[in-house]
Structures are given as C-alpha cells and as structure tokens.
Design a binder for this molecule. Structure first.
Ligand SMILES: Cc1cc2nc3c(=O)[nH]c(=O)nc-3n(C[C@H](O)[C@H](O)[C@H](O)COP(=O)(O)OP(=O)(O)OC[C@H]3O[C@@H](n4cnc5c(N)ncnc54)[C@H](O)[C@@H]3O)c2cc1C
Length: 354
C-alpha cells in the first residue's frame, strides 16, 4: 500500500523503560534524533509507554525531546508485543512521523519489527551511522553488511515512517539540560486485558549474575591468541586485577571458552568503555565495529602486523603469556597499595600517577 509520504513529518524515538526507569539507549537516540530533526526542521519526539510512567517525561525533555507522546495505562505495565505494537501502530497512523528510531534491545527489536509489519514500512536493523538527505527527506541508515566488509546505507523511499534500530552505546548522549521542557501529548490505548491473547502470569528474574559489557568502564578481552582455557583464565585474572569486565572475541566464544554474553563485535556487544585491553585479538573488522569507540585501546599481540594495532592507542608487541601475568601482578600491587596522599588518582580501579 502506497502512502503519501509528504503527510509524514517529525523524528520519533521509542523511549524504552523497565520498571519505571528509562533505558539509556532511548536517551542516546534523542541526540541522533535531534540532529536529524534540526536538519529537517521538525520536532524530535519521544514515545513513552507504560504504567505510571508520565513523570519520566521531564527526563526525556531534558535529554533533548521537543514533544513526548505518552500512553500511560496498566495494560502497558509489562512489555507485550501485542499491546505495544497496537499502541505504537495507532500513534504512527494518527501522527505520521517520517523517521522512527528504536534501541536495538530485545524489546526494541521485537517492537520495531512488529510495528513495521503493522504499518507496512521497512526497518533497518542494527544501524551504526545515521544521516539524512534533506532535499529528498530520505533517512540514510548505515550498517555493516557482508560480514562487516562494507557499510551499506539503506534507504526507504516509498514507505513511511523510515525506521531503524540502533544498538546501545553507538550514539553519545547529549548532556541533560535541567529544566528544559516541551509538549506532552497524552493518548489512550483501546485494547482491554480480556481482548489479549498473552497474559503475564509472573515475572521470574534470573539469579545468574548478568555480564553487562555495554555499561562497563574497563574491559579486558581475550582472543584466540590465548589458545585454551588456561590462557583464558590468565586473561580473566588480569580483568579481575584491573576491576574490569571480561570480554572475548567470537572465536573464543565459539571455542567454548566462555558464553556469548561476553562476545564483543558485530554479532556481540557494542561497547564504549574508558579502557579496552585486547589480548591476542587480531582485530578483524567484525570485532573492531564493536569496540573501536572505546576511549583508550591497548592491544597485546605477538604479531606486529595484526590489524588491532591500527585501532589501538597503545600497542604491546609481545607474547601474551609473558606480559599478561606481569600486568596482573603490577595491577594487584598497585591497587592493594594504600593511597599515598600525594598525586594518586583513582579511576574505576586503575591507578594512575598524574
Ligand atoms: C558475520 C560475521 C560476524 C562476526 N561477528 C564477530 C563478532 O561479533 N566478534 C568477533 O570478535 N568476531 C566476529 N566475527 C569473526 C571475525 O571475523 C574473526 O574471525 C574473529 O574476530 C577473530 O577472533 P580473534 O581475533 O580472537 O582470533 P584470530 O583472528 O585468530 O587472532 C588471534 C590473534 O592472536 C595473536 N596471538 C597468537 N598467539 C599470541 C600470543 N601468544 N600472544 C599474543 N598474541 C598472540 C595472533 O597474532 C592473532 O592476531 C564475525 C565474522 C563474521 C563472518
């Protein structure tokens, strides 16, 4: 079904929340949304669904939204595809945004694809770069393609809205502007609990300690160069000594040395820590896309020609089995030392002398 694309205006961001807390990814996407909206001379708007969520609108305005569409209803307390798709689909049909961004979280990806089938538009998944052709009002959503060897820019010329999911941490949040405000548009959902096929009976929280690479400030990641479980344990010790989160390349995950939740890269997590230490990782493009925005990258690799050295700020050309235990020892000593009261500065467990 063709739509009149000139009827569609404005940039929307889905503001995902969990138990009344906004997820960072929505706040990050407001920065990208604001940039696109300013170029197109339209508003950037948040879309907020949930139960008792209206007070979150202030935080959304402070993060850059001009307008927030809110549906606050007990039926939206927990994420369900059926209810969220209906609520968002109805908003899209009524207000006609031209661009709509979602965080590439489990729920964000589920919702975006459901809305795309409901309102009959396209969807670019896992976008890493965004721009807009202002003259044609075409959203340019770029993402790695063909195993990460090229960046593909995907256009949606004939349907609206132009939708994309974007991974957490790909976009830098704007600094919040306290007191910034905007327009709240309240809407209602027409569904009733008894009309629904899915019922939430119980929420069971996992007791397993979650690995949160996306939020980590320091990551020490192991690659195939560590060879086996013993080598992996050696890197895990360094991570522990640095108070870091342990990450891995895909080859290490596929070798069964750790779970997929530790994988960094195109098909793993996208991370932006302050420090990323890559041990025995070659630096394949599919790994680099997941960590190249780290503030400081340190690579340890025995091969001078390894591509990881191109991305690294500091490179240690050495055998990991020699250098990693030395670093572990040094960090253990340094971090167990009492602060000397002179020029010692603590940053998330790493001590640097200034
Ligand atoms: C569609 C697709 C998606 C992918 N997604 C991901 C992804 O999300 N994440 C990811 O990581 N990969 C991903 N890959 C795989 C990627 O292409 C690489 O194969 C992988 O990243 C290589 O892992 P590695 O660097 O650990 O191993 P290798 O490439 O084998 O590198 C090992 C490195 O260790 C060094 N080394 C060896 N011995 C030592 C030593 N003793 N001391 C120090 N250094 C040593 C070597 O010089 C080498 O540079 C994907 C591939 C495809 C096709």
């Amino acid at each position: 079904m063709r739509v009149n694309i000139d009827d569609y205006r404005g940039v929307w961001v889905f503001m995902e929340q969990k138990e009344g807390q906004l997820l960072d990814v929505g706040l990050e996407l407001l920065a990208a949304g604001q940039d696109l909206a300013r170029k197109l001379e339209v508003d950037v708007c948040g879309v907020l669904l949930g139960d008792g969520v209206k007070p979150l609108t202030n935080q959304i305005f402070e993060a850059g939204a001009d307008k927030v569409y809110v549906i606050d209803d007990p039926i939206l307390k927990f994420y369900r595809t059926e209810t969220y798709m209906k609520a968002v689909g109805d908003l899209v049909r009524k207000y006609k945004p031209e661009i709509f961004l979602y965080g590439a979280t489990s729920n964000g990806k589920d919702l975006a694809s459901a809305v795309a089938t409901d309102v009959l538009c396209g969807l670019t998944a896992d976008t890493t770069l965004m721009d807009v052709n202002v003259e044609k009002r075409l959203f340019e959503a770029s993402r790695p393609a063909f195993g990460g060897n090229i960046m593909a820019t995907i256009l949606c010329k004939k349907h609206r809205p132009q939708m994309a999911t974007v991974r957490p941490k790909v976009i830098k949040r704007l600094p919040p502007e306290p007191g910034r405000t905007g327009e709240v548009v309240e809407e209602v959902i027409t569904l009733k609990e008894e009309d629904l096929k899915t019922k939430v009976l119980e929420i069971v929280k996992s007791s397993k300690k979650a690995v949160n690479l996306e939020e980590a400030d320091i990551i020490v990641a192991a690659g195939k160069g560590v060879k086996d479980a013993k080598g992996f344990a050696m890197v895990a010790e360094l991570a522990e000594a640095m108070n870091a989160t342990l990450g891995a390349s895909r080859d290490v995950v596929e070798a069964g040395l750790c779970g997929h939740e530790r994988q960094v890269g195109q098909t793993g997590a996208t991370v932006t820590p302050k420090v990323y230490v890559a041990v025995g990782i070659s630096g394949a493009i599919q790994h680099l896309v997941g960590m190249q925005n780290a503030e400081l990258i340190v690579a340890i690799n025995s091969d001078r020609e390894a591509p990881i050295f191109q991305a690294a700020h500091y490179g240690i050309e050495a055998d990991a089995f020699t250098v990693v235990p030395m670093l572990t020892e040094a960090f253990r000593k340094e971090l167990s030392r009492e602060p000397a009261g002179e020029e010692t500065e603590e940053t998330e467990g790493v001590t640097s002398r200034g």
